[in-house]
Design a protein around this ligand. Structure first.
Ligand code: DGP
Length: 115
């Protein structure tokens, strides 16, 4: 099921794409929650973490490899960053195309679960 992220991956709508290869696309979040807020998205349409198959394990690994490269190119690898994936309603997922958030650029503080 295609979402707006597929349109971004295919460059059918604009986004600030900072990394793309045959497997993964990364672009800046439209509503940044930190000075650096990037979404790392598999080009394959996988709706949620619940839909990841064994065959997708290499692809999921590529999301982490992309995150590491982006942290380096954004200049935040040394100071550090946070990777986050939301799943379904209670996880706060809004776009049902698997994506990893990369937050950085300031001390992010402890993990907070808001009521
Ligand atoms: P999540 O709650 O984990 O599903 O996060 C979805 C994120 O996607 C949210 O932080 C805002 C971002 N987002 C939604 N629509 C767009 C868009 O059209 N462009 C960009 N760049 N980001 C978007």
């Amino acid at each position: 099921m295609a979402t707006i992220f597929t349109k971004i991956i295919r460059k059918e709508i604009p986004a600030d794409i900072i990394y793309q290869d045959d497997h993964v696309t990364a672009f800046r979040d439209i509503n940044p929650q930190a000075p650096v807020h990037v979404l790392i998205v598999p080009n394959k349409e996988i709706p949620t973490v619940n839909d990841i198959d064994v065959q997708d394990e290499e692809l999921v690994g590529k999301m982490f490899t992309a995150a590491k490269k982006i942290a380096a190119t954004e200049g935040v690898a040394e100071n550090g960053y946070r990777l986050l994936i939301n799943c379904n309603r209670d996880g706060g997922q809004e776009v049902f195309h698997l994506h990893m958030h990369l937050f950085a650029g300031r001390p992010l503080g402890p993990m907070i679960l808001r009521r």
